[in-house]
Design a protein around this ligand. Structure first.
Ligand SMILES: [Zn+2]
Ligand SMILES: [Zn+2]
Length: 289
């Protein structure tokens, strides 16, 4: 399967000279399976770029758009997603563990005075997917879900097919100050057999005093999760908008040095816009594009 990062930033898009290498777009990751099925996680500003490609292709395949939750940095790209305006496209939406009614908040953001084009101008066929406690099946992909620890709630996802498995877990505070929706032990169990883990790693240890309870994890906590769950590939994701390229380079180096001591079989990556990872029979290759 091919996993591609279109947006890696948290909270707000942050373009500029200091973020040009890792990218300033907010959350969006696509997964293409061998059977041609397509799953897209979140519709942050990064989804605009994905939409350009999908909009030019024949639309035989459906677009399955899975939301972690509806905070702006995860929905704001949708009004700029070209396939949504094309009548031969089918877009299936899912936000597990959240009320189906609220999934339309991605459409209701397209109202006056916030947006000039009303959502009834969208020509794609938009449907809702549903999941139960066993998850759901999309093409050849088994999808499993888990409640995230984040204000307002939301969902983490695991996608698994015959090439391996990947987890998309963002806006998740591993150790929140209140009672968690999902305990640390449950997270370890959830990602234990996953080949490729994408997890929120928004803050540095010294930022915890100001950010505890905001629904995000420390980089150090996310690294520890990869160790405890014996994950072979970890991608640090949902970077703070103020984090510069230089700081992310340092975070990558320090995290790799730390991991070499604790769990040498784990490869640590820092999510970067445009990066593509190929996952074949459990082994991961980063395609530098
Ligand atoms: Zn976010
Ligand atoms: Zn959020």
């Amino acid at each position: 399967m091919l996993i591609k990062f279109y947006g890696v930033r948290g909270s707000i898009a942050s373009p500029g000279a200091d973020t040009v290498r890792y990218g300033g777009n907010t959350s969006c990751v696509s997964v293409e399976a061998e059977d041609g099925s397509l799953v897209v996680f979140d519709a942050g500003t990064g989804i605009r770029e994905l939409g350009k490609t999908l909009g030019e292709q024949a639309s035989e395949r459906e677009i399955n758009l899975l939301f972690s939750h509806y905070h702006w940095d995860h929905i704001q790209g949708f009004p700029f997603f070209l396939p949504a305006y094309q009548k031969d496209q089918v877009i299936n939406l899912l936000a597990a563990h959240l009320d189906d009614v609220n999934v339309y908040s991605i459409l209701t953001q397209m109202t006056d005075p916030h947006f000039p084009v009303p959502s009834d101008k969208l020509e794609a066929k938009i449907t809702l997917l549903s999941s139960d406690k066993n998850g759901l099946l999309i093409g050849s992909n088994n999808i499993y879900t888990k409640r995230i620890n984040h204000p307002g709630g939301g969902s983490a996802y695991i996608l698994e097919n015959d090439q391996g498995s990947m987890a998309y877990i963002t806006d998740n505070e591993l150790f929140p100050p209140n009672t968690p929706e999902t305990s640390y032990e449950e997270w370890v169990a959830f990602v234990q057999n996953v080949d490729f883990l994408i997890h929120d790693a928004m803050y540095l240890d010294e930022e915890l005093k100001n950010t505890h309870g905001w629904g995000h994890s420390l980089i150090s906590q996310t690294l520890q999760l990869a160790v405890d769950a014996k994950v072979p590939n970890l991608v640090l994701f949902h970077h703070d908008p103020a984090r510069t390229d230089e700081q992310l380079d340092m975070i990558k180096q320090k995290s790799r040095d730390w991991m070499k001591q604790k769990h040498p079989n784990c490869q640590v990556y820092v999510a970067k816009e445009g990066d593509e990872y190929q996952l074949n029979k459990g082994s991961v290759t980063l395609k530098n594009v």
